[in-house]
Unconditional design. Structure first.
Length: 217
């Protein structure tokens, strides 16, 4: 596994991991969260996954892949319904102490949404969130999904941003539990910056969103 580590102010650590199997990463997040204490630095993990469908603890079988499918399906411990991960999708896993940060899970979701909205604004694209359907949208098409798990006041899992990927696996599911929900990606919005550059900017905006004091939001 290729990894680079950057220590940021306020003891936040970012890790750029490349393409990593989903189950390996999921178990690593669980272990990190189980072992952390009040002094543990928060971390952001930027990575991609090989093709996989995942669905959350309230996931419904009706939303899962329909018909022939050679992509694995895994039930995980995050919130939310079914989604697809694959190469060309940038993921930021957020291992964050919410108690220490002073905000709740709803505020965390809104901050992560805002990070993606701010990133897309940098490229001249208007994006927005929906109060009743977490994620980020462009012209009613979903471009980023979110799902979190809270344990002992800390969260893990995070957000997935479609950048330059094969979107056809989304047609076999009800993305995030919504039949016929359209999905889009940066490439289809004529954003052709290098993936590494987009990832660096995404980490910047996530970090900024999470480290902004609560009273200023």
């Amino acid at each position: 596994m290729r990894e680079s580590t950057i220590r940021l102010p306020n003891a936040c650590v970012t890790r750029t991991l490349g393409q990593v199997p989903y189950t390996q990463t999921w178990h690593a997040m669980q272990a990190f969260t189980a072992a952390r204490d009040a002094a543990t630095a928060d971390e952001l993990w930027l990575l991609e996954h090989p093709p996989i469908y995942t669905y959350g603890i309230a996931g419904r079988p009706a939303h899962l892949p329909q018909g022939h499918n050679d992509v694995p399906v895994l039930k995980v411990d995050r919130g939310g319904q079914v989604t697809y991960h694959g190469p060309g999708q940038l993921i930021v896993y957020v291992l964050w102490d919410l108690t220490r940060a002073g905000f709740n899970v709803r505020q965390m979701v809104r901050r992560l949404e805002q990070a993606v909205i701010d990133l897309l604004a940098e490229y001249g694209v208007h994006a927005y969130g929906k109060e009743d359907a977490p994620g980020v949208y462009v012209e009613n098409a979903k471009i980023a999904s979110l799902g979190l798990k809270i344990r002992k006041g800390c969260c893990y899992h995070g957000l997935a941003l479609n950048t330059d990927m094969d979107l056809s696996p989304f047609t076999r599911i009800d993305p995030c539990g919504y039949p016929s929900l359209r999905v889009t990606q940066l490439r289809d919005l004529n954003i052709t910056a290098h993936t590494a550059d987009i990832g660096a900017r995404l980490l910047h905006y996530v970090r900024n969103a999470l480290e902004t004091p609560h009273e200023r939001q």
